[in-house]
Design a binder for this molecule. Structure first.
Ligand SMILES: Nc1ncnc2c1ncn2[C@@H]1O[C@H](COP(=O)(O)OP(=O)(O)OP(=O)(O)O)[C@@H](O)[C@H]1O
Length: 251
């Protein structure tokens, strides 16, 4: 078995108002895996991702990245290894140009302008927005903003990508472009989404959260075909696994 790249041990998270968003979650993710994180609204997906990248810290339990626990001291190192694409790209784009947003992380790490420029160009080319580098982020379309947000993460050259609802708000063409883009990434990926067809296509493994607890973790094709489990968690079998009402075969 290959080494795990991240491990979550008996993780609990209680928001300041007392709401327990995660209780007793444990799992390991291995190098190169693509893991889907699914669950109804409020199940705890975003909270879990934020704990994985150190935007939040555990109330109890531990998050490890490699041999490193995620805490305030290790945060600068964690930020280089794990990149998070937030649900709303506007939370991630705050500079005057796309270029400066993508350069922000590497500049923070004092990498020197030649290296910064190299990383920015590579990242914006990879996501297909090189022609938009001088545009103000607020003047981008939703799909372009999503691509720019991904580029801001790629420029840090992380090992792990944590993505919160990456396909939300995208039209079918932009969604397809995003899925194809992510398919080409060799990073370890953790993708929280209600788009179960995307999870089916991108993730070989799926974890299901319900009311802050991890209630299932296994091969995506099994988990997303388990009608009883999904219904119990407020989810539905993705279209890609449903029987065709006309001919009875799966798509
Ligand atoms: N800042 C906060 N303060 C208090 N409670 C919060 C906060 N953010 C989220 N919660 C609560 O924590 C629980 C988990 O929320 P979270 O956003 O992690 O769920 P989610 O699975 O990502 O949901 P969605 O699918 O709607 O994005 C919910 O009950 C939510 O209301």
């Amino acid at each position: 078995m290959s080494h795990h790249i991240t491990e979550v041990k008996e993780l609990h998270y209680v928001y300041p108002d007392g709401l327990e968003a995660l209780s007793g979650v444990s799992f390991r993710i291995y190098h190169g895996e693509s893991v889907g994180l699914v669950g109804a609204n409020g199940a705890g997906k975003s909270t879990l991702l934020m704990l994985l990248v150190g935007v939040l810290f555990p109330s109890k339990g531990e998050v490890m990245v490699g041999e490193m626990p995620v805490n305030k001291k290790t945060l600068p190192l964690i930020r280089q290894r794990v990149g998070m694409v937030f649900q709303n790209p506007d939370d991630q784009l705050f500079m005057n140009t796309v270029y400066d947003d993508v350069a922000f992380g590497p500049r923070n790490y004092n990498l020197g302008e030649p290296e910064v420029e190299k990383r920015v160009i590579q990242s914006i080319e990879k996501v297909g927005i090189a022609h938009l580098k001088d545009r103000a982020p607020y003047k981008l379309s939703g799909g372009e903003k999503r691509s720019a947000a991904i580029a801001t993460i790629l420029s840090m050259i992380p090992d792990i990508l944590a993505m919160d609802e990456p396909s939300s708000g995208l039209d079918p063409k932009s969604r397809r472009r995003l899925i194809n883009l992510l398919k080409g990434f060799s990073h370890t990926k953790i993708i929280a989404s209600h788009d179960l067809d995307m999870v089916l296509e991108l993730c070989e493994r799926t974890m299901v959260l319900k009311n802050g607890k991890l209630v299932a973790d296994g091969p995506t094709a099994e988990i997303l075909n388990d009608a009883v489990l999904l219904e119990n968690c407020g989810l539905e079998i993705p279209l890609g696994l449903q029987n065709c009402p006309v001919c009875g075969s799966t798509k």
